[in-house]
Structures are given as C-alpha cells and as structure tokens.
Ligand binder design. Sequence first.
Ligand code: UD1
Ligand code: CA
Length: 455
Amino acid sequence: MSVDVVILAAGQGSRMKSKLPKVLHKVGGKAMVQHVIDTASSLQGVNTHVVIGHGADKLREELQGQALNFALQAEQKGTGHAVAQAMPEVAEDSVVLVLYGDVPLTQAATMQEMVDIAATGDLALLTVNLKDPTGYGRIVRNSEDKVVAIVEHKDATPEQHLINEVNTGILAVKSQYLADWLPQLSSENAQGEYYLTDIIAMAANGGVKISAIQPEAEEEVQGVNNRVQLAELERWYQLQRAEWLMVNGATLADPARVDVRGNVSIGQDLLIDVNVVLEGDVVLGNDVVIESNCYLKNCTVAAGTRIKANTVIEDAVIAESCDIGPFARLRPGTQLAAKAKVGNFVETKKAIVGEGSKINHLSYVGDAVLGKDVNIGAGTITCNYDGVNKSLTEIGDNAFIGSNTALVAPVKVGAMATVGAGSTIAKPVSDDALAITRAKQTELKNWPRPKKKGN
Ligand code: UD1
Ligand code: CA
C-alpha cells in the first residue's frame, strides 16, 4: 500500500521571533522540516506532501529539487483544514501519515509502526503521557479504555484537563476515511478552527478502531515553538549522535561537547577531545585523534592522523599518519599524502602535498603541488594571485624552501633544489640547484648610532 505523508508546515511560528519560517530553523545543521522529509522518505513507497502557508516562497526555495508536492494553505484555518489542502494530490487507496514540520525527530520505526497499523484499517494515533499536559489535546477514553475522542485544551472540561495522555498530533489512517471525514469538520469550537483531532470521534462513531501507540522517547514527538525548545531538541539530538560515535568506536572526552551536523562515518579507536564540530560529510579512519576546538567540514581523514587543537579543515582529503595543527587552516582542495605535516599558523588551499612533506610554521600554500619530502620553511608564501588570475606553484621531491621565501606563481622549483631564506622566486629553479635572491649583506664598521637631538 502506498503511503502519502502530509507534513504540516503552514504556521507562522511567531514565538521564534524570526524572519525565517520556523520549520527552516535547524537541528543538527539541518532544517527541521528536512529532518521530517528525510526520515519519512526512508519508508517504503512514500509520496510526500508539504502544506505551506507562512513563508511559502522561502520553503519552496529551500526545499526545491526534491520529490515533494507542495499544497498551499493560504489562510491557517486549523490542522484539519491544512490536511484537506493536500488531499487533491493524495492517492485514493493509500495510507496517510500526518507529520509536523516543527516536530523534527520522530523516528522512522515509529512512523513505520503507525503506517502498518493504518494499513490494517485502524486509525493509528501517537500519544504521550505528560506530567504537565497544559495546552495539548487530551485523549478521551471510554469505560473500556478505548479512545473515543480528542478534546483540545481550550475546549476541555475541568475533568478533562486532568487527563495526562495527550495528542502528539501525529496520526495515520487510510486516505479513503480522511476523504470522507475532512469535509465534515466544523469550526464551531473555542478557536474557530477546523480541528484534525475531531476525526477521532468520527472514527470511533463510525466503528473504526483507534490504536494509540507511544513513542520510544518523548523527544521524538516534541515540537518546537521557541528557541529554548529548539536548543533542548538540539542537545538531545547531539547526545544521540555522540552515543552513536561512542558505540561505534570513538572515545569522547565529553559526549556533551562534540557536535555533529551531517553524516559522519568512523573507524575504531578514535579520540575526540572537547568542543569538536563535525559538519557535512566527514569520514574518520582508525586511530584518528582530534584535539580540542577543531572544526572539520566535508573531509576525509585517514587512519592514524592527528589533528591538533584549534584546527579548521574544510573540503580536504587527508591520508594516513599526518600531523596537523595546532592552529592550522586547511581550506578547500587541500590534499595531504601520508605522513605530511602542516603546523601552526599555516593556511593551505588547493594544495596537493606529497608524502612526508612538511609545512611546519606560518605559511600560506595555495594553488600548489608539492612532491615528496619537501620542506617548506617558516614564513613561506606562495604568491598565487596577481590581482586577476590564480597561478600554480610546483615544487619537486626533496626540495628545501628556506624561511621567508616568496614563490611568485606561476613558478616551478625542481627536485632536490634549495631556495635560500628570504628569496623571492619568480623564475624556475632547476633540479639540484641553489637559488637565492637575497641582497648581499654589507657592513659599516664602527657605525655611530643616531642620538636624540636637543638638550
Ligand atoms: C495540535 C493538536 C493538539 C495536539 C498538539 C500537539 C489540533 C486541533 N490540535 O494543537 O491536539 O496536542 O497539536 O502539539 O490538531 N498548522 C498548519 N495549518 C493550520 C494550523 C496548523 O499548517 O491551519 C500546523 C502548524 O504550523 C503546526 C501544526 O500544524 O506545525 C500544529 O498546529 P498548532 O496550531 O500548533 O496546533 P496546536 O494548537 O498546538
Ligand atoms: Ca493552535
């Protein structure tokens, strides 16, 4: 049976105090609504509909290029009205799963269970027991403990306010039932809205069994209305990511001080110190060590490499047993071969660094190809930009570049060549040669230092 997922995302979210539509605020580096879309799309045979209203253009733009049907709800007349906007595109014989763009962390297993129940013809309802149920729709059960209705907080009697079992909003039911029930909704209630929740009583009266299930963790059904709740969910999400890292072989100095914003895959016996952020697609091999305060985005780090404190790496590929940092910045296009060293206050960009080569201190190496066992002295700069174009610097195997050298690209330094400290190299250097452009040192004997004028 096909599944039509309907994600409600038309509300304004005014309590976020934001120009960004609420559902585009991020958890773990990903928009909340995108979490919902991604998790739902892991189910079999899913068509996804997103009901948009406030910030509709921004949502369309942000979610473009994905297989989604957008249903515009121009005016927010309630959750029942919102689902109705998607119905024209919903299949006649499918299961409809209603989800919320601001409830980002519902698990796939929970969604699947709901869908499976609905496929049998029951109405699957996700409920949760809360110590403080204020504000939520209450689950009303009859004397046989069967769910017979949901009553919204604002419409509830004092006795009903005492009910702790609440509606999460998430439900699943066959589309043919919805097509029957939604047109029967009325807005005669405390909020003047078309409540989706009123279909529960219709189901009960129509002899459709209501199966209420509970999520494994409360956070799965937690919605975000303000930035405090956003931060709470972020912390919970990050703890799940940290646990995943530990279960799969990483030792974390503090599971509360590592943040994952993307897809990480790891080997075994990694060590990750505090305040490390892993973003985008990050692949970390066996025995990798990441010291404190490092930021790694879209990179691969092979086995045994050590990334020392305060290093920033983006769009780079690093081979095994490299030694990086502290305070290094590897920018996009950096590739380090095995056992390369990039030390403190070194910036690299589009730099291909050969095996065992060292750039240990205070250098800029951009648009460069370095052979094996090259030694770049402190303060070396590749002058790769003439104000208009970027040019390449090539350095052969075993070359030695003395400190404070300017390599004016395009330029080539041969294998085993040596460049004297303080040189400005703008012409090719032959293999095995010494190149030096330093002015000759002169000396004035017994030179009298200037003295202060006046008294
Ligand atoms: C709803 C439920 C309530 C449940 C609670 C859980 C109804 C009538 N009530 O109440 O039983 O306990 O969620 O959080 O369903 N939305 C639209 N279009 C609309 C109205 C809402 O897209 O016209 C979206 C909102 O953006 C939001 C979600 O639906 O993401 C829920 O709407 P909201 O008004 O917050 O529902 P509650 O009053 O909290
Ligand atoms: Ca409301």
